[in-house]
Design a protein around this ligand. Sequence first.
Ligand code: NAP
Length: 294
Amino acid sequence: MSENVAILGLGTMGAGMAVNLLKAGFSLTVYNRTASKAQELVSAGARLTSTPAKAADGASIVIGMLADDIASRAVWTGKDGAIEGVGQGAILIESSTVSPAWISELAGYAAQRGAELLDAPVTGSRMQAQAGQLSFLVGGNDSTLQAVTPVLRAMSKDIFHLGPIGSGAKMKLINNFLCGVQVASLAEGLTWIERSGLDREMALSILKSGAPGSPLLGAISSRMVNHDYAVNFLLKLMTKDLNYAQIEAAACGVDLKTAEISRSLFEAAIAKGYGDEDMASVIEPLRANQEEKR
Ligand code: NAP
């Protein structure tokens, strides 16, 4: 593979994506704020740099997989940020779930360097990232997407081109709005089931096989039942996604009332110390509240 790929951000998702780029034979440079998280990748053949600018220097494709707008801004355009190292003709791919407004601003910085930006957030979680089975939701020029398709293919099962720059970010927020509301309503529904006297397993099996059933309901209900909050998707990141979704929908004149309510459940969980646990832990304050009221 002739492409030199750089990946910025080795959290739950970025680490899995990086492994698949190495497996596919790409020459890979990595940067992470907490450098120690890169150890396994370095052992597997990745080159670690001390700044994002150094990671971007000489890379034909630079991928960001960072927490939020603040992290993305810091890593791309902060001191020693990746934009400083980006070469003419490089293609930048922002795969973090960030706001369309930030994507538009970042596209401007890329253009100033003679580079091109795609927004390509993903669906799928930790396991799909590790298995190279993500779905990319892409915004930007078709020819740019064609040029990076072999790299995206190494990490994914699907690549959807949704339209011009920012389209992927918009689609991702709509997707996670529906996910966040479902997880919040599941937390309430399961707490209700647990207090109702119904058989919990039978009730959940009816929900899973009936109209409300979804891959998300299946996965998250088991984690809630087992109190298994090992991180697949950080609870605090869902709060962020619902916030960005509300802002973006409001710009289209749509008031996401269910996002507002759902976000308040996630914020209550953060206040109880669950922000760095899996989002399934949103149920715990509800369970505790029910205990207090009895
Ligand atoms: P994560 O495990 O929390 O990783 C976040 C990454 O951002 C880490 O590399 C972290 O560096 C870096 N970071 C955070 N704040 C920073 C700052 N101020 N400056 C520099 N770097 C910073 O998150 P993740 O689960 O991999 O998610 C990454 C992105 O994908 C997020 O936008 C998320 O919403 C989205 N996403 C996640 C999932 C999922 O299931 N997990 C699914 C789809 C999309 P450190 O290691 O130093 O903290």
